[in-house]
Design a protein around this ligand. Structure first.
Ligand SMILES: *[C@@H]1O[C@H](CO)[C@@H](O)[C@H](O)[C@H]1NC(C)=O
Ligand SMILES: *[C@@H]1O[C@H](CO)[C@@H](O)[C@H](O)[C@H]1NC(C)=O
Ligand SMILES: *[C@@H]1O[C@H](CO)[C@@H](O)[C@H](O)[C@H]1NC(C)=O
Length: 491
């Protein structure tokens, strides 16, 4: 289970009432669209629903076992609306084969009332290179596997699943046989899209009986023209200094090219020619773009060998105050990293990246509570990449107390510890968050509130002062000692 529901869900957990209401809806239509990608696959499923009784406000969605295992992000909305609907895991799961989530509709439907529910998910590690090896001149082909039927605890009049590739070649796809509920060709391909369905009059399908009798597995193989990137590990450390009015963030990143392994030798000449004609092999990675916050300075990027001077940075100025999260997401600096050598399929590349940012961009003091509120982004977005494991450590000023934190989505764990560094007297409190399988939807901000007593503010200057004083005294004493070497000593 690796599904991290958004914060809204947690808030809704209080209002649980687990009534199994399988007969209160029917699906007039289900359409699922899968955007075939690299390490992230975006899936949108629209359920056109009709209420069969008055006052139905909890609609249940179902995910098959494999689908559930791959799903790292899930969001539910009414079609055409911005606000996400709260959902929560349904109490019972059937033989670990079907996972159910209850969605609370904004208002109960009357009998024959209709609504369109849109469920957006992001799947991670859902594709794999096939063939597993590709020569430098060959395309990068991937496979994606899926279940044929979208499951639902309600009867469905008609359903379709479309799998769409961003590059215009679907190489092959499963032509399912003896499909129940199909009246025509069970699968068709048109351009970049393979469509399974329409399938008609499907009974309630969220059960192991249905799965055993009717469910099928289908596979699509397609060319993918972009690198398949994975961040196997992201270790972020953010340090606040009120004294220096600075927020320093450092990321240690292990990047993995999850594309096919290189068949034969690598030819730099061919690589340069391909790059020159703007047709680089997608499984030979020569650069990646990272989205960093706006308003940053002193950006550094080095790997095991040292500073990587071929990187390109474009910093955006600090964002104006009061921007919404969505606007902030579109306001960033970009760093284009170019590893020293092109990264072949299966290879890893470790590097460290850091920057300073004015504290005023991410912290405010709340006079009402007497606390600072600090926001630290969960991660550095590498578009298209999944982050397998992330550790985010936020180091607060010395003496910080009354610490509370709010993560945009629940972490696997969070721990409070003490971080002792140079010139600290008592050590600084640090909060560490751990995450798994972050996607491009997990671009939220962790908020921390804390108090820094006036004396604690002075601790650092005092410590620095003491250090200077000690040096000064030492120097004073030093001058009184005759340290000249007595070269003219008589033998
Ligand atoms: C709901 O629709 C059905 C079929 O169209 C109709 O027979 C029934 O009277 C409707 N019920 C209400 C309450 O409108
Ligand atoms: C590292 O390389 C960048 C070029 O990308 C250069 O601007 C920077 O000064 C270098 N830093 C050091 C410490 O050499
Ligand atoms: C890359 O790292 C993974 C583990 O994260 C390891 O299994 C794999 O062997 C590494 N690849 C290479 C080429 O070293």
């Amino acid at each position: 289970m690796k599904l991290w529901p958004p914060l809204a869900v947690l808030c809704s957990l209080l209002a649980v009432d687990l009534v199994w209401a399988a007969h209160s809806f029917e699906n007039t239509a289900i359409v699922r669209t899968v955007e075939l990608g690299g390490s992230l696959v975006h899936v949108t499923t629209t359920y056109a629903i009709k209420s069969l009784e008055a006052g139905s406000s909890r609609y249940t969605i179902a995910l098959g076992r494999d689908e559930h295992q791959k799903t790292s992000w899930l969001e539910v909305r009414l079609k055409g609306q911005q606000a996400a609907l709260p959902f929560e895991r349904h109490g019972t799961h059937l033989d670990n084969e079907v996972y159910l989530y209850d969605v609370t509709l904004p208002k109960a439907l009357a009998t024959n009332g209709t609504a369109n529910i849109v469920v957006e998910t992001v799947q991670t590690h859902a594709t794999y290179p096939w063939p597993q090896e590709a020569a430098q001149s060959e395309d990068q082909a991937l496979k994606y596997e899926s279940d044929l039927f979208v499951l639902s605890p309600y009867e469905t009049s008609v359903q379709r699943t479309k799998l769409r590739s961003s590059t215009p070649s679907i190489l092959s796809f499963t032509q399912p046989e003896e499909v129940s509920f199909a009246t025509e060709n069970p699968a068709t391909k048109s351009g970049t899209t393979v469509t399974y369905g329409p399938y008609y009059n499907i009974p309630a399908s969220a059960s192991s009986d249905f799965i055993a009798a009717h469910q099928q597995h289908v596979t699509v193989q397609y060319n993918h023209g972009f690198p398949v990137l994975e961040v196997t590990k992201l270790k972020r450390a953010a340090e606040v200094s009120h004294w220096g009015a600075n927020l320093n963030i450092q990321d240690e990143i292990i990047l993995h090219n999850a594309g096919p392994r290189l068949k034969g030798h690598f030819s730099r000449l061919q690589h340069q020619t391909q790059s020159y004609y703007n047709r680089p092999a997608p499984h030979v990675l020569s650069w990646a773009t990272l989205l960093l916050p706006a308003g940053i300075s002193n950006v550094y990027y080095y790997d095991l060998i040292g500073n990587v001077s071929t990187s390109r940075l474009r910093t955006a100025p600090s964002p104006p105050k009061g921007l919404s999260q969505a606007a902030l997401n579109n306001h960033f600096s970009t760093l284009e990293i170019r590893p020293r050598y092109p990264l072949m399929g299966g290879w890893n590349y470790s590097f460290t990246l850091g920057w300073d940012a004015p504290l005023g961009d991410s912290a405010v003091w709340d006079a009402k509570t007497g606390k600072y509120i600090l926001g630290v982004p969960v991660m550095t977005l590498i578009p298209g990449a999944v982050v397998d494991e992330a550790e985010v450590k936020i180091v607060l000023p010395e003496g910080a107390s009354d610490i509370e934190f709010f993560a945009p989505f629940p972490a696997l764990s969070n721990t409070l510890s003490t971080h002792i560094s140079y010139l600290d007297t008592t050590g600084r409190p640090a909060v560490t968050f751990e995450y798994k399988d972050l996607t491009d939807k997990h671009t939220g901000t962790i908020y921390i509130t804390y108090k820094v007593p006036f004396l604690a503010h002075l601790k650092k200057p005092i410590a620095v002062g003491m250090a200077f004083f000690a040096l000064f005294s030492l120097a004073m004493g030093w001058r009184r000692v005759d340290t000249r070497i007595h070269t003219k000593q008589k033998l």
